[in-house]
Design a binder for this molecule. Structure first.
Ligand code: BEZ
Length: 257
């Protein structure tokens, strides 16, 4: 069975229940952004706005954009200027002192260069692009289990279903430099991450492209199988699940005009 790659779907309630740790662990990239009062900042892939709110609290003037209408509705409930925008079609022109992004860029696998070019256009001269995303090796064990189980369910070429782009620091540095950025800092950071609602909660939130690739009446069995493959590697004796996260964090700046 060969399938067209299904898309990830976002549900803000499920995200809040299973993935609040994503914004809770965003403090280091916020520190790297170091937002200043009065700065205009674009939060690219703002999700439900939990981190956007923290940037606003520093006195910056922030616009949040996300491709998911449900996430944008949740962000608006926080009183954020939040808009449904496709990251491949950013149409801001030299408006922002900084573009910020947390845990979103790895979903923009189709053409990362187009996204980076849109970020460059959105920035003023000397503007900075500060982001954290999954880096090379991120959720590698989980990905192997998902792909191997998909193959067991008859999906050929399971690697084509992988919806994420996890570059090495060198690969991403080159992309940023090709787009005209000066990379001031880039680092790959292994960060084993405890999962508050276990592997099942994580898979139900983030692995939709995989579950959508099996018939609906087999989804629960598919998730059970993936969970059992992962248990010896990622679940400890107390029942605590930890995901094999690796972050890529960077600060890149445009030259003055
Ligand atoms: C991440 O934030 O690294 C991530 C989130 C969902 C799926 C894969 C990776």
């Amino acid at each position: 069975m060969a399938l067209e790659t299904p898309r990830q779907q976002w549900n803000s309630s499920r995200y809040a229940e299973n993935a609040r740790f994503v914004s809770d662990l965003g403090e280091p990239v916020l520190d790297l952004l170091n937002p200043q009062p009065g700065e205009r900042i674009l939060d690219l892939g703002c999700g439900d706005g939990a981190l956007t709110e923290k940037i606003i609290a520093k006195g910056a003037d922030v616009i949040g954009v996300d491709a998911s209408a449900d996430m944008i509705t949740a962000a608006k409930r926080r009183d954020i200027d939040a808009r449904v925008v496709d990251a491949y079609q950013l149409n801001f022109e030299a408006e922002f002192d900084a573009v910020f992004s947390n845990a979103a860029l790895h979903w923009m696998k189709r053409d990362p260069d187009v996204v980076i070019q849109g970020v460059r256009r959105a920035l003023k001269p000397e503007g900075r692009f500060v982001a954290e995303m999954g880096g090379h090796g991120n959720v590698a064990v989980i990905t192997i289990a998902l792909c191997a189980t998909l193959e067991n369910y008859g999906v050929e070429n399971s690697a084509a279903v992988i919806p994420w782009y996890f570059p090495s620091s060198e690969e991403h540095r080159q992309r940023l430099e090709r787009a005209g950025f000066n990379v001031e800092y880039i680092e790959l950071i292994p960060r084993p991450t405890p999962l508050p609602t276990g592997m099942r909660g994580w898979l139900e939130t983030f692995a939709i492209p995989f579950t959508s690739s099996v018939p609906e009446n087999k989804c629960a069995a598919f998730l059970d199988d993936v969970t059992e493959i992962l248990r010896p590697a990622l679940c400890d004796a107390s029942g605590q699940w930890t995901a094999d996260y690796v972050r890529l964090r960077f600060l890149a700046r445009l030259a003055s005009d």
